[in-house]
Design a protein around this ligand. Structure first.
Ligand SMILES: *Cc1c(COP(=O)(O)O)cnc(C)c1O
Length: 369
């Protein structure tokens, strides 16, 4: 892979294509596919990812906030976009940019109807979210009557889908709970659909849901992490290809005599002599302090070099005592050869967190767009 002279997130979109086809192969050809590209496409490059997926024929995009949807529209993305967590302050922008809201409460429904009226909308696409156990956003059974009466009185809106979200789709120990969520979603969707002129699509499954509950794919699925190459379990990881490789270089090498310390607060001390390498990447780039003090390692010439001492804002120091390396050599923080999931688990977190943490300061290099 390409040599980089600075900290760079290399994004291989041929891996994205592979993951998309893999996930599609797990569902029926008629089931629609919504690609979740919130948070800069899980910390990668939202526009590059969305363009590639649009060219591959994805049916829908999902983002968390209106601003993210506007960035996609500015880039020329034409595919429908669901905004998972719309806030009333952005409703005019939302309508101007043809972004479709998740309607999760009566309050947000009333606020959206009023914005749609102001903008003279008719049949504006909306998505109704049911809370089936995650207890995050969504309507419950007790809300349905009032919801229906509001919807019947609002020619401004058209319900194009109903959806819900599994709380533990990756966890086999929670199968009973997940099946219960699926059944309540079906019942709630039916109850609402009976009252509507157009039957909305239904969607419930995220990446691990696609793998573990394909019988609940209904008319659409929503996948994020799987597209980026992680599947929340080893067997799925083996089928997917991480799209991102976080690379950096060695800025300086130090021979440290015994009994000296390295870094802030003198957090690393060694009784014996060591060789250390300083790398131009720190917590401002997304490598949080929890990865320091020996927890996580980077790869240099295929060998593990642990991060020693405290992570600084713009640098980390790694132990290269037993590695033959030089200033300017390439370093891999994570990628296909040493996964973001492994890196994350060394500090008790998950791939989602380390991927989305990679800050906008880090250069993105897109291969195979
Ligand atoms: C983020 C998100 C997803 C994507 O989940 P993955 O586990 O990344 O596939 C799907 N649905 C909702 C509602 C989400 O918030």
């Amino acid at each position: 892979m390409d040599k980089v002279g600075e900290t760079t997130l290399v994004l291989d979109l041929s891996a994205l294509e592979h993951n998309f086809h893999y996930l599609r192969s797990k569902i029926a050809p008629t089931t629609k596919f919504m690609a979740v590209v919130k948070a800069f496409a899980y910390g990668s490059d939202m526009v590059a990812i969305a363009k590639k997926l649009e060219s591959l024929g994805v049916d829908y995009f999902a983002v968390a906030y209106v601003g993210e949807g506007s960035l996609l529209r500015n880039a020329g993305i034409k595919t429908p976009i669901l905004v998972l967590h719309p806030l009333a302050v952005n409703f005019e922008e939302m309508i101007d940019r043809c972004l479709e809201p998740n309607i999760y409460s009566l309050k947000i429904l009333e606020q959206f109807v009023s914005a749609a009226k102001t903008k003279n909308q008719e049949n504006y696409p909306i998505h109704i979210k049911f809370n089936t156990g995650l207890n995050r956003l969504g309507f419950k059974k007790v809300d349905i009557d009032v919801l229906v009466s509001h919807l019947k009185g609002s020619k401004e809106l058209k319900v194009v889908s109903t959806f819900s979200h599994l709380a533990a789709s990756e966890d086999p120990d929670e199968k009973a709970f997940s099946n219960n969520q699926i059944n309540s979603f079906l019942a709630l969707s039916d109850e609402l659909s009976q009252e509507l002129v157009h039957i909305p699509m239904r969607h419930m499954l995220n990446t691990s849901g696609i793998i573990n509950y394909p019988e609940a794919q209904f008319e659409m699925v929503r996948s994020g992490i799987g597209l980026y190459g992680y599947g929340n379990e080893a067997a799925v990881d083996a089928e997917l290809k991480p799209i991102a490789t976080l690379k950096t270089i060695i800025s300086q090498i130090h021979e440290i005599p015994a009994n000296e310390s390295v870094g802030y607060n003198r957090a690393f001390k060694s009784e014996r002599a060591r060789k250390t390498a300083t790398l131009p990447i720190g917590h401002a780039d997304g490598i949080g302090r929890q990865y320091g003090k020996g927890k996580a390692s980077v790869l240099i010439h295929g060998k593990k070099a642990p991060i020693i001492g405290n992570v600084c804002m713009d640098m980390i120091m790694v132990d290269v005592t037993d590695i033959d390396c030089a200033e300017g050599d390439e370093v891999i923080v994570f990628g296909p050869e040493s996964s973001a999931e492994q890196f994350a688990s060394s500090a008790q977190t998950i791939s989602y967190e380390i991927l989305t943490a990679i800050s906008q300061r880090v250069k993105r290099l897109v291969l195979n767009p």
